[in-house]
Ligand binder design. Structure first.
Ligand code: PEP
Length: 251
């Protein structure tokens, strides 16, 4: 990390009913109330956004959606739009999580549409990229990440790109307990920052936050955060426990 303010984001995935999410948010709020040097975000399930937004009002914790659909409104049963997330109190939205890509047909093209929809509404997209285990083993990590970046960010101006947060999440490290080594992560983060510089210029590359995600825990966060191009973490499993997540926030 350099002078970029760290962001620690919790992805609660399809865990926690409204009452359970309320309990987690209440505990977390009291555990991190004094934190000002790190940005904090949690992304509960859609059904818990309302109750969590109420609890987090006036706290240091920002609210995020886990996904959105790119249209503003319409006959799209089951979908949630950017204005709906904004009205629910979100400032961030996770886009292109590998679980969305793997199970729900998300592609770089749909990621691109969703990023544009989020930006139009003033939401900060947290765009997820990362290679699978097979891709890493066949030395395709950099080409996969480059394609995800190029296609996902296609047509964006530098001003738009400036507003993004990126998350490098090697798919083989998500929910598996396997964390990329700090050197493996740093190498890809540095590559991503260079690609951002080529596409959008030096100033965007220097200010954009690139989070690491994949089995981040209180035990490994400080080593990851010591790397030059790692600016925070997107945390799944360990964000479901208030004490673990608070310990990660206090890396
Ligand atoms: C994630 O959901 O983005 C993630 C990184 O999960 P976990 O921390 O459980 O590996």
């Amino acid at each position: 990390m350099t002078n970029r303010k760290a962001l620690i984001a919790g992805n609660w995935k399809m865990y926690k009913t409204g009452p359970q999410a309320a309990e987690l948010a209440t505990r977390l709020k009291s555990l991190v109330s004094d934190v000002t040097d790190v940005d904090i975000m949690v992304a509960p399930a859609f059904t818990a956004l309302g109750v969590v937004a109420e609890i987090l009002k006036g706290s240091v914790i920002h609210l995020g959606g886990q996904d959105l659909f790119w249209e503003v409104e319409g006959a799209y049963t089951g979908e949630i739009s950017a204005p709906m997330l904004k009205a629910a109190g979100c400032t961030y939205v996770i886009i292109g999580h590998s679980e969305r890509r793997q199970y729900f047909g998300e592609t770089n093209a749909t990621v691109n549409k969703k990023i544009r929809a989020a930006l139009l509404e003033g939401l900060i997209p947290v765009m997820c990229i990362g290679e699978s285990e097979a891709e890493r083993e066949s030395n395709q990590t950099f080409s996969v990440v480059q394609k995800q970046l190029e296609e996902g960010l296609q047509g964006l101006t530098s001003d738009e790109a400036q507003k993004l947060t990126l998350a490098y999440e090697p798919v083989w490290a998500i929910g598996t307990g396997k964390t990329a080594t700090t050197d493996q992560a740093q190498e890809v983060h540095e590559f991503i920052r260079k690609r951002v510089e080529t596409a959008f210029g030096n100033s965007v590359a220097n200010t954009i936050r690139i989070l690491y995600g994949g089995s981040v825990k209180p035990e490994n966060i400080s080593d990851l955060m010591a790397m030059a191009d790692i600016d925070g973490a997107l945390v799944g499993g360990a964000s479901l426990d208030a004490d673990s997540f608070a310990a990660i926030v206090r890396f």
